[in-house]
Design a protein around this ligand. Sequence first.
Ligand SMILES: Cc1cc2nc3c(=O)[nH]c(=O)nc-3n(C[C@H](O)[C@H](O)[C@H](O)COP(=O)(O)OP(=O)(O)OC[C@H]3O[C@@H](n4cnc5c(N)ncnc54)[C@H](O)[C@@H]3O)c2cc1C
Length: 473
Amino acid sequence: MERLVVIGAGISGLATAFLARLGAAATGRPLSVTVLEAEARAGGKMWSDRSDGFVIEHGPNGFLDNKPDTLDLVKDLGASEKLLPASELARKRFVCRRGRLERLPESPPAFLKSRILTWKGKIRVLGEPFAKPAPQGDESVAAFAARRLGPEARDYLIDPMVSGIYAGDPGNLSLRAAFPRINELETQYGGLFKAMRGISRERKKAGQKGPTGAGPGGTLTSFKSGVQSLIDRLQQELGSNLILGARAVGLERGTSGYEVRADQGDGQETRHGADAVVLSCPAWVAGELLGDHDATLAEDLNQVFYAPVTVLATAFATQDLGEEPDGFGFLVPHVEDRPILGTLWDSSVFPDRAPDGQVLLRTMIGGARRPELARLDDEVLTRTVLDQLKDLMGIRATPTRVRVIRYDRGIPQYALGHPERVNRIDRALGTLPGLFLCHNAYHGIALNDCAREARKTAGRVLDYLQPDSAVEE
Ligand SMILES: Cc1cc2nc3c(=O)[nH]c(=O)nc-3n(C[C@H](O)[C@H](O)[C@H](O)COP(=O)(O)OP(=O)(O)OC[C@H]3O[C@@H](n4cnc5c(N)ncnc54)[C@H](O)[C@@H]3O)c2cc1C
């Protein structure tokens, strides 16, 4: 029987293992799958802490349903009944400008009325069709935004979006890698407004209705009892094939295929023979494991920088708040010079995240531009966040609960040069048959990206192991 070992049980690794097994079963050929996870729990960044009626997300709070990838995975798991769409309030998003929370406009008339940009800034946005064409090579998100939309929209519209997704520095992130869809729209249609018009014409022709797909679009979707419900379901499917507390520490070529050595924490080392290995661990771990196979590849993997980010969850008694937050939350542009990236109003978007009479918020702090803030000690961090909530939301109450969630290497940054780096990584892997990478460090950080890459990787693994009976990607 062919053997697949997956290293890392975040969503990327678990989904790859599950889909590879599903694909193999569909072709009637047996496949032994083992998933090794360093920590005592599966899920990686996807972790919902459930206690006293609260569901505190440690990482993601959902995915957008305008892409099929996570939904398809959920369907394959037979878990669609666990899906939980966000309340309509999720459409209400705010950005801080001069210390006030301004609602992000959702329509052209609302844009013209909104106070997010000055008239000068709005007129510059309207000049987008006349922007200079894209330069050759990789362009940063900030340079793209300034070129097409102007400096004010860069600072108050694009910068906070980058903070909200990557906790990143738009001046350093590659547009092609971090926002490939936006890059495609410019290449294909010659501009963003032209793209919106073009897409809506095409959709009309095809008889389709609904959002054009040029913006984020889709409905934020999660799971009853939190995103971990998806992890729980995958874990249930994999059963004893998932080994927790098993840190991969070595990857050697064996007489047939590979051998993965895992440290089980009690001085015990286990060995796992494999015909194919998927590295679904962070890039720097993959770099350590592949160092003996290809030093240049390892160096490229080690160069992927992860921004530190800390999440501070705070709960308040509803009666202690003047006004209950209603909306998705707010983001803080870097130019506002405040020590937080933004706050998600979790219980407004998913009411089951807090018990009756309580409100749950999650504030992000740190990121690529202010890494030192992510490392503040718990007390200073809490004080800093509460000061900001008081200033921006008028919250003066004492929280009923505070939880600090730290990621020293939280979110991979697709820096300028990332597309070339990933190409080099892919080429180098091509010379190491049977080895695959599937993790958020390469082709997208959203859950939809991880689910899409997991499906592709499972297909490639089966193509490699069982060339006559490959499943569709
Ligand atoms: C605060 C935060 C908020 C986010 N919010 C959203 C959101 O709302 N929507 C969205 O779509 N995305 C969001 N993301 C991004 C998304 O959560 C991640 O991209 C995704 O969960 C990454 O999954 P992964 O499996 O690729 O990696 P990880 O979750 O990092 O999993 C890697 C796994 O490998 C294990 N591992 C490491 N070393 C070893 C080893 N030597 N041996 C064995 N195992 C090892 C780790 O313990 C871990 O379990 C957020 C991320 C963060 C940090």
